[in-house]
Design a protein. Sequence first.
Length: 721
Amino acid sequence: MRKVIATGIAAMFFATAAVPAHAMDPILPFQDVKGGMTGTAYTVVDSSGEIRSFDVDIVGNMDNGKGSSRMIMARARGPVIEQTGGILQGMSGSPVYVNGRLVGAVAAGIKEMTPYTFFITPIEDMMKLWTMPDTKNKTRLKTINIHKVVEERKKEEAKAKEEDNKKAETNGNAILNRVMDVIHEAEDTAAETKAKQEKAEQEKAEAKKAKAAAAENTDAKSAENADAKDADGKDVDAKAENAEAPEKQAEAVAAEAAATETAPAKDASAEKPAASDKKELTKQPKAVMYLSGFNEPSIDFLQKNVPMGHDVTFMPMGVRTEGEGNTLYNANLQPGSAVGVAIVYGDFAVGATGTVTAVDGKKILGFGHPFLHRGNVNYFMTDATVVGTISGQSNGMKIANIGNIIGRISQDRETGIAGTIGDFPTVVPVKVRIQDTTLGRTDDYGARIAYDEAFLPELSGGIAYAAMTKTSDTLAGATANVHFTIRTNAADGGKFERSNMFYNTADVGQIAVGELMQAMNVICSNTDQESDIVDVQIDVQMENGRKTATLLSAVPDKTTVKPGDLVKFTTTIKPYRRDKETLLIPYRVPVTAPEGPLTLDIRGGGVAPIAQLKLLQQTGVDLIAQEDKTTTTKDKLQSLKRTGRNNEIIIAPGASAVPMTPSQQRKAAREAAKAAREAAQQRKFSFSLNAPKNETPGETKFTTNYIIDNVIHTTLQVERK
């Protein structure tokens, strides 16, 4: 009974024990790798997920001197390579072993040359990635490890249950002790009975063995006589077989030698052009960038705006991301496993797949070449499933799907990528809602961008643009109402909001995401600290057709005014191919307005003020574009927030229609300074809680349902008596 209980406890322990992590394999240093060595590489080539091997012949080492990357030239052969048609894009990172020691990773082929010859990145150079500084992923917004939370909760519950059991055990010790005594007595009685039975059975078995031995001796004598008669015939047959064996072995060796000579002959013919044109050889990294959710226009948008590099092949497929996908907290990778790297994950995904080169506990190395070559990074690490291979002379590839998030990639450098399983990157969730009123569609999209300030502005804009193109099907000649909210500590109140309206005859989407990218760029360029971004929410209302309007007139209800007076402008606009509309817009005369004529610009929010345009004409310098380095991030965001919207009518002082004399300018300046002091004194003792924020003095904004595309002028006469 005690033995049964102990066995059960041991079984429970082993069932709950974690799978041991893979330890780092022994390595073969670069200087010990010699031409003529043969080894084995491992990778996954089909949907079975099985790690398969192929043979590798080492050609020689390539060391271009201090500071240059070292490479090992090799050739691949074997059934797997014949099946795939050579080393393909997507095989990067496949580990290469010689005599059980890790040499390095399959990294690159030779452009426009045989796909059977490739380069290996030495494992010594890759292992340096594990010790490089990691300063990314340091925002105050920490990701929540749900697995750890659940485990901690289970531990607390188990602890509470154990305490309850101890209490119950204390209360019932007397009964338990008596029960155990009875059990022990029963066990002793059963043991004595069992011993007697075993002894009786043993005596019976010995008697049977004695009888069987006597019978065997009688049969053995008769068998010896029969064997003696057949001995001569068997000796003759054995001699004949021994005579034929050397001939068969010779034929097998000859066939093997012929096959060996044929393969080097083919390889030698492939090496001739390489030997004559060594300077023209171009290493081609075996990498494929997979894009999911992006159609052709949005892929073009990403290629133009996001720095992806020139050696990457773009594939609009290959990412399985149901919704925002799953996260695995205890993933298991081994050398030769497929692995993915992603910078966007969800309904839209951007990433690549390759092979794991080495695993040491939770740390991994892979690819053997850079992903985007951005040094210390903050990317998603995912598992991956291989679909199959497509062979080709110089552009064959292994097609794979990016799978579940399993960790974080922290290094993206010349010799490969490095990351940690179970350590997850800080992310920025992006949610997009597109409503197309013309088609009657409303679609919601979600994605997560790994927090990387170098990519956040462009990728957030690219996701919004891709969502617009997918829902509306076409963006030509359309009008878009865009509203976005960025929750971040870089903005006052922890939130930045902006709305605007856009129209374009060719592609309204690329214009519509401009302000979103501008705001994200301001946040990601914070000179004081790395900004925390909680999430980004984008709402777009699309409508096919042109919703613009032209200002025709603006008539004030009075032409002679005093500083601070309220003037009502009866404003007439003409929408595109629609009837005229009349709007009543109130305007407050600036308290600092000097005596005399006050010229007002009445314009659309997206139309540059006439005063600024005249200044540019006079100086020939784009003063507006010059950035004030002393401006804080919050001030920049407030400035963007106050910028006029395209569907607003703005009334503000403009350039004077009649040039003033120097004496008139001095008088106007004195009056304006006096009025400003008086206004400041009034504000000093004002207790109003409803004063408008971020309002520019002397400027009125009026929101319409149209994009206002022009500017008109009017004049008021200011009297200060």
